[in-house]
Design a protein around this ligand. Structure first.
Ligand SMILES: CC(C)(COP(=O)(O)OP(=O)(O)OC[C@H]1O[C@@H](n2cnc3c(N)ncnc32)[C@H](O)[C@@H]1OP(=O)(O)O)[C@@H](O)C(=O)NCCC(=O)NCCS
Length: 218
């Protein structure tokens, strides 16, 4: 999210009608703590709670019963489905999809009797990634650009860009395109025709046209 995305202080319930200069929509049952920033075009639905020092980009959707913050950054164009909590330590880049009831953790060995607020481990979800319904993302991991976490998976280690991972613990079962389509042996997206190749170091890269470099960081 660039600085221009941080274009509006969080709207209070009374100024969230969408009729003003900002088109932010905040349902009357949602609660927005200050200070926080919410980008233009973002919608926040029933019973959701944004905690202090949270930054949410433009054109995001927070479904019902979503909790974000404190000190969390969410990029532009993210979709966060019902019943998702983004705790301190979680960062979402642009275009991230969080499926319903997916879970992020932020402490490795929680104990009710020990305060571990200084032991949060960060989780980074990179641009375009999808997290399926009910998946759990154990803290300290990075989910690569445009990766895809299957429904119900438990992610315990970093996920490469464009990897499709599934199961408990999550293992890679394939590759997906920018459009989220499973790639076959020809590494061509059946939906968009974009072509990819595996590099020597095992990363998936898109093959670009003649006027562009051979491969690009996806
Ligand atoms: C992973 C997913 C994308 C399917 O990918 P796919 O390439 O079409 O996979 P297929 O359905 O062809 O199944 C391939 C294999 O993966 C398994 N598989 C599929 N989804 C799985 C999952 N969520 N967890 C574990 N294994 C799964 C299948 O059982 C199959 O196994 P097999 O080869 O032993 O028979 C899909 O199942 C999924 O989880 N989507 C996320 C949906 C979601 O959470 N949406 C949220 C908004 S509603």
């Amino acid at each position: 999210m660039d600085s221009s995305a941080q274009d509006a202080m969080a709207q209070t319930k009374s100024s969230s009608s969408g009729n003003g200069p900002s088109s932010i929509f905040i349902h009357e049952t949602a609660w927005i703590d200050q200070p926080s920033r919410i980008g233009d075009g973002t919608k926040i639905w029933h019973f959701s709670h944004v905690l202090p020092r949270t930054s949410i980009g433009r054109n995001c959707t927070l479904g019902q019963n979503v909790m974000v913050g404190p000190d969390v950054s969410v990029g532009d164009n993210c979709k966060i489905q019902n019943n998702v909590s983004l705790y301190s330590g979680v960062t979402l880049e642009d275009g991230v999809f969080c499926g319903p009831s997916c879970v992020f953790t932020n402490v490795d060995r929680p104990r009710a009797e020990i305060n571990r607020k200084d032991e949060f481990r960060p989780t980074l979800v990179r641009c375009g990634a999808t997290i399926g319904a009910n998946a759990t993302i154990v803290c300290g991991t990075t989910l690569g650009r445009y990766c895809f976490v299957a429904a119900g998976a438990v992610v315990t280690q970093d996920v490469p860009a464009h990897a499709l991972v599934a199961g408990v613990p999550a293992k890679q079962i394939g590759w997906v395109s920018h459009a989220g389509e499973r790639l076959g042996a020809d590494f061509t997206c059946p939906r968009e025709g974009r072509r990819y190749q595996l590099t020597e170091d095992g990363c998936l890269k898109e093959i670009l046209g003649q006027d562009q470099p051979d491969v690009a960081e996806t």
